[in-house]
Design a protein around this ligand. Structure first.
Ligand code: FPP
Length: 243
C-alpha cells in the first residue's frame, strides 16, 4: 500500500550506457532497453494515478555525444510513439514536451507535435518528454521572453514574482515536481528543472535505468510517502513546542 502519491514525478533516466557496457554490447542497446523501462514506468504511474510524469530524455549538453548516438536517441520518441500512442490514448494519457524543440530533427518534432495535438483533450496522466532541455537554457529563455513583455508594456515590473516568472518557463501550466528520481548512482541534477526543484524531494538509486523495475519505483513512492515536507517552515510538532 502506497500512501500520499506524488502529484508530479520527474525522472533523470541515467545508466543506459553502463548497462550496455556491462554486457559488452553497444550503448545503443542500453538506450533501446531504456525505452522498455519507460513503458513499464508509465504503466505503473497510470496504475497509481500519478498526475504528471516528466522524463529527462535528452539534455542541451547531450549534443556533445558522438553523432550516431545522438541520432539514435532522437529517433526514440518517434519509435516509441509509433508503437505506444494508441495504448497511451486508450489510457487517457496527455503527451507534453519541454525544451527547445526548434533544434530537434524534424522527424522528432513532427512525431511529438502529433502526439501532443492528438492527446490534448485527455485528462489522465500528463507524460512530458524533456528533449533538448536544459534548466539554465530554460531560465534564460524565460528571462528574455519576460523582458520583451516588460518592454512592450504587457506586464509591469512590480507584478513580477515567482508565480509570474514561472509562467514563462517551459513548464508553464504544470505543478512543480514533488519527487525527483535519479537512477544510475550519480547524485547531481545535471541541469534538470533548476527552478522547479526548489522544494522537491530527491530519491537516488544505484539501479541503472534499464533495470529500474516497478518494484524499485514503488520503493521510491513508499519512501516519499514517509517524508514530511515543510517548505522552509516547521512541522506541527515543532510548531507546538515553539509556541
Ligand atoms: C542517460 O544514460 C540516458 C540518456 C541520455 C538517454 C535517455 C533516453 C532514454 C532512456 C530513452 C528515452 C525514451 C523515450 C521514449 C524517448 P547514459 O547514456 O548517460 O548512461 P551512462 O551514464 O551509463 O553512460
Amino acid at each position: 500500500m502506497v500512501d500520499n502519491i506524488p502529484e508530479h514525478i520527474a525522472i533523470i533516466m541515467d545508466g543506459n550506457g553502463r548497462w550496455a557496457e556491462k554486457r559488452g554490447i553497444p550503448r545503443f542497446a542500453g538506450h533501446k532497453e531504456g525505452v522498455s523501462t519507460v513503458v513499464s514506468i508509465v504503466k505503473t504511474a497510470i496504475k497509481y494515478k500519478v498526475r504528471v510524469l516528466t522524463l529527462y530524455a535528452f539534455s542541451t549538453e547531450n549534443w556533445k555525444r558522438p553523432k550516431p548516438e545522438v541520432d539514435f536517441i532522437l529517433k526514440l520518441p518517434k519509435e516509441f510513439l509509433n508503437i505506444y500512442l494508441p495504448e497511451l490514448k486508450a489510457n487517457h494519457v496527455r503527451i507534453g514536451a519541454i525544451g527547445d524543440m526548434e533544434k530537434l530533427p524534424f522527424h522528432t518534432r513532427e512525431a511529438l507535435q502529433y502526439a501532443i495535438d492528438s492527446t490534448k483533450e485527455n485528462d489522465g496522466l500528463q507524460m512530458n518528454f524533456a528533449l533538448n532541455y536544459g534548466g539554465r537554457d530554460e531560465i534564460l529563455h524565460a528571462v528574455k521572453a519576460m523582458a520583451t513583455d516588460l518592454n512592450d508594456g504587457k506586464i509591469s515590473i512590480d507584478k513580477v514574482d515567482n508565480k509570474q516568472f514561472s509562467k514563462y518557463l517551459y513548464t508553464t501550466d504544470l505543478p512543480e515536481p514533488d519527487l525527483l528520481i535519479r537512477t544510475g548512482g550519480e547524485k547531481r541534477l545535471s541541469n534538470f528543472l533548476l527552478w522547479q526543484l526548489a522544494y522537491t524531494e530527491f530519491w537516488f538509486t544505484d539501479v541503472l535505468w534499464p533495470d529500474f523495475s516497478e518494484k524499485e519505483f514503488l520503493r521510491a513512492l513508499e519512501d516519499y510517502g514517509k517524508r514530511k515536507r515543510r517548505y522552509g517552515g516547521v512541522d506541527e510538532l515543532n510548531e507546538a513546542i515553539l509556541s
